[in-house]
Design a protein around this ligand. Structure first.
Ligand code: HEM
Length: 405
């Protein structure tokens, strides 16, 4: 337990550290990778470049510090991060490394303002926060390993089938090389894929949502090829998967993880809304309900630029037909003539359209897509009066805030 005095010091310094947040975390990563270059194999360099990871780490540390005397308040946020850590294979012995470098970065950036007393308080606080993470993650490792078909660390999977789903998205059907069982998962969860890419100095790890229902002999991921765009370079991992990985090749996977999951106990109507490759966890949820012969009313709404880039369209249409009460709706922002394909709305999803196609706002909503898309959907639903506890969404990449979009 931290003393009252330590808690007071931590809380009084949070605002100061927040002001210097980006400088501290930027310096932190420089120090971390200089002293432990092996960690370059674990972090996603694209997230680093865009500054998303720095912001996510800083926000998490400050939030934890703010609630240092009642950490149970932020347990849901801890669990969400811990899922990611467990999926990546982060271990307890890496926490002191992160702690030392974070402290050093605080010291360097704050200069004279970082007194021995302040640094001492932060060292203690970090120890408490890290202790919570380590404990939550230890339970998750145990669970992943002990469940039927589960495993710890990374396991070799063979690409049994590779299927083109649109001009930019391909599915990979993955079966375990050892021929054993595979763990079930909650629809909405993801796996980490670890790749040694020819010509790359470091190993790359990426998370991909599972895009089919659990209970199959394979896991399916559906990956968008990230081309260079607006000054961002092409995605190393997705280009590798699309251009080089072929049927019969091996990929390393960690067991399914993530706290974005369909509540299967709920029997209320459910609305799935996706933009672009955000369709993947939504298809997993839809397929699961249909496999379970659910009687729930389902609306599956997908936004894409046009028919060409619209992945899994035929599959969703076929699945919806098998369901008892389900409908699918397509919204294209930029349909291409002359063969524009079948769609229900041109432009962007808006409230009048949602009100027209949905019988009422009384439903539970799950959505996934690019951050600005999700911010838009979130705002529409709140405007309509949907309760925030009925709104669930998943960020691809480090979690951010929809309000900031
Ligand atoms: C991801 C916080 C310790 C490695 C994250 C994220 C947060 C976070 C907020 C983003 C999660 C998301 O994707 O939404 C923390 C906090 C820590 C801590 C508060 C200490 C108390 C560690 C340690 C390691 C580590 C010890 C091991 C080296 C990573 C990696 C990612 C990550 C590799 C994924 C980053 C990426 O996508 O590039 N962490 N973390 N973290 N964390 Fe931690």
């Amino acid at each position: 337990m931290l003393s009252e005095k330590m808690i007071a010091i931590i809380k009084s310094t949070v605002p100061v550290l927040e002001v210097h947040g980006t400088a501290i975390t930027k310096r932190f990563y420089q120090l971390l990778f200089a002293s432990h270059p092996e960690l370059l194999n674990v972090f996603n360099h694209a997230n680093q470049r865009q500054g998303k990871q720095q912001a996510a780490l800083a926000n998490a540390v400050y939030a934890a510090a703010l609630y240092i005397d009642k950490l149970e308040t932020i347990l849901p946020a801890v669990k969400q991060i811990a899922h990611k850590h467990r999926s990546l294979g982060i271990t307890a012995d890496q926490y002191p490394i992160v702690g030392q470098n974070l402290l050093q970065a605080i010291k360097e950036v704050l200069g004279d303002a970082a007194t021995e007393e302040i640094l001492g308080a932060w060292a203690e606080a970090y120890g408490v926060i890290a202790g919570v993470f380590i404990q939550v993650e230890a339970e998750m490792y145990k669970e992943a390993e002990e469940q039927q078909g589960g495993w710890a660390g990374y396991r070799a999977f063979r690409v049994e089938r590779k299927v083109r789903e649109s001009s930019v998205i391909s599915s990979f059907y993955l079966v375990p090389e050892d021929g054993g069982a595979i763990a079930s998962f909650k629809p909405g969860q993801y796996v980490s894929v670890k790749m040694d890419i020819p010509g790359e100095a470091n190993t790359h790890i990426r998370q991909y949502s599972l895009s089919d229902a659990p209970g199959k002999p394979y896991y399916r991921i559906s990956v968008k090829k990230e081309e260079a765009h607006h000054g961002d370079p092409a995605g190393v991992a997705s280009v590798y998967l699309h251009e080089q990985v072929k049927e019969g090749d091996m990929l390393l996977l960690s067991a399914p993880a993530g706290d974005f999951a369909l509540d299967l106990e709920d029997s209320r109507p459910v609305v799935f809304i996706s933009g672009g490759v955000g369709v993947t966890p939504m298809v997993s949820m839809l397929n699961t309900l249909v496999d379970l012969k659910s009687e729930r009313t389902i609306a599956f709404i997908h936004a894409a630029h046009n028919d060409e880039v619209h992945a899994l369209k035929q599959q969703v249409e076929d699945t919806v037909k098998q369901a008892q009460h389900a409908k699918a709706y397509w919204c294209y922002s930029n349909p291409v003539a002359p063969d524009a394909g079948d769609f229900h709305k041109e432009g962007y999803i808006d409230l009048p359209w949602l009100q027209e196609i949905l019988p009422s706002k009384e439903a539970v909503y799950y959505f996934c897509g690019p951050a600005p898309f999700m911010a838009h959907i979130n705002q529409l639903l709140l405007e309509w009066g949907v309760a925030s506890e009925d709104i669930h969404y998943e960020f691809f990449g480090p979690k951010g805030s929809l309000e900031e979009e």
